[in-house]
Ligand binder design. Sequence first.
Ligand code: CMP
Length: 141
Amino acid sequence: AVERTLSIIKPDAVAKNHIGEIYARFEAAGLRVVASKMMRLSDVVAGGFYAEHKERPFFPALIEFMTSGPVVVQVLEGENAVATNRELMGATNPQEAEAGTIRADFASSIDANAVHGSDSTTSAAREIAYFFASSDICDRD
Ligand code: CMP
C-alpha cells in the first residue's frame, strides 16, 4: 500500500553535508519527498517528539544531540514507505547496520546515527502530525 513516513536527517549528517546524498537514496528507492523543512529543534520540541523514550537512560544525550544543530525533517511517500525507509536506514546502531545503508555509510555512533525514520504506520501518523499540518503536505499522486 502507498504509505507515508516521517524522516529526519540528524545534526551529524547535516553538518557533514550529506543532505543531498540521503535524498538521492530516498528517491532512488522510489520514495517521494512530499513535505520538507530545515529547522533547529528546541529542547521542548525534541523532547515531545521522543516522549516515548523519556525514561530511557539515553534520553538526555538524545535530546542534547538532536538540538545540537539543524535537522531536515521530511515526509516520504511511496509503496511500503515505512519499511522501505527502514531498509534504507539500516540498524539503529551503525556498527550493526548492513553495508550500503545510510547509517553504515554516513553514521558514526548510536546517537549520531544520521537519520530517524518512523517504526510503524501508527508512529508515522503521529510523527508527521507533530511536524506538519496537512496543508504542508504536497500530494504527488
Ligand atoms: P531514533 O530512530 O532517532 O530513535 C531514538 C534514538 O535514540 C535512536 O534513533 C538513537 O539515535 C538513540 N539511541 C541512543 N541509544 C539508544 C539505544 N540504546 N537504543 C535505541 N536508541 C538509542
